[in-house]
Write a protein of this length. Structure first.
Length: 272
């Protein structure tokens, strides 16, 4: 597989939100292009970083995919409380850019189970509460909903945080050898599990990530590292320009207020 021919070589996120998933953006974009799932379900959406990448990839490759966002948007004790504005911003972005290929289920994960038939989900992204018990429960309760040949993603499989009782890493280490798997070698880690025994023989991307040689996986790792650095650099540039525009606005505002104050003082002195 030639990395420089992957769709992500030209990828730039349409929507920039705060997300530790940024280091996986390019991989998620390529996965949608290569896998072309009919049904994507994300458990734990928050600001929508990964969800919007999936949606953007669906639009770009023209696949017949519907992406489902499942979350309460209330936050939790690990990630912190979310304000209503977070959900409203997510909805605004989704409705503006991806209303025709996505929907929202604002509820707890277990409440959304009945919305999906067994074996109907092709790509399941588990990114909810990160204790061992929670991620194990999410996997076991949602696994029957995943299709034969479907893919399950686990975020934060490299994170060790005993203070907040993170357990995704422990669960991933127990689970991964049961099935074909792949792991993104980055800061937070992304576990990719194949729910089947036979890969599509003509799907080069899936064959590479799940059965590639050490040299192929190293090349892929280096490629995604470079794309991550490009995306991070671009995000910092955008932050700089936004800050610069804000400074310009505030400077003009200060000048305007000072002018009004001077005029008010001049009028007051003239009236004496």
């Amino acid at each position: 597989m030639k990395c420089l021919q992957l769709p992500s070589i030209h990828f730039m996120p349409l929507i920039n939100v705060h997300s530790t998933w940024l280091e996986n953006y390019a991989f998620g974009y390529d996965l949608i292009h290569a896998f072309r799932p009919k049904t994507v379900v994300e458990l734990g959406v928050f600001w929508g970083g990964s969800f919007f990448v999936f949606c953007q990839a669906v639009k770009a490759c023209g696949s017949e995919t519907i992406c489902h966002a499942v979350d309460t948007w209330e936050g939790d004790s690990q990630a912190g409380k979310l304000e209503e504005e977070t959900f409203q911003a997510f909805q605004k972005h989704r409705e503006t850019h991806f209303a025709d290929i996505s929907n929202v289920k604002r509820m707890r994960f277990e409440q959304a189970l009945d919305s999906f038939a067994d074996g109907s989900i092709d790509l399941l992204h588990i990114d909810g509460f990160h204790t061992y018990e929670a991620v194990k429960n999410d996997y076991e309760t949602w696994l029957p909903k995943v299709s034969n040949g479907g893919i399950i993603l686990f975020h934060d499989v490299k994170v060790i945080n005993q203070e907040q009782n993170f357990g995704v890493k422990r669960f991933w280490e127990e689970l991964k050898n049961e099935k074909l798997h792949f792991e993104m070698n980055n800061q937070f880690g992304l576990g990719v599990l194949y729910n089947g025994s036979e890969l599509p023989p003509d799907n080069e991307f899936l064959q590479t990530i799940f059965k590639g040689s050490a040299e192929e996986l190293e090349e892929l790792d280096q490629y995604y590292l470079l794309i991550k650095e490009r995306l991070i650099s671009r995000a910092f540039v955008q932050m700089y320009y936004r800050a610069e525009e804000q400074v310009k606005y505030l400077t003009h505002r200060v000048v305007d207020l000072e002018s009004k104050i001077k005029n008010k003082e001049w009028n007051k002195n003239n009236s004496l």
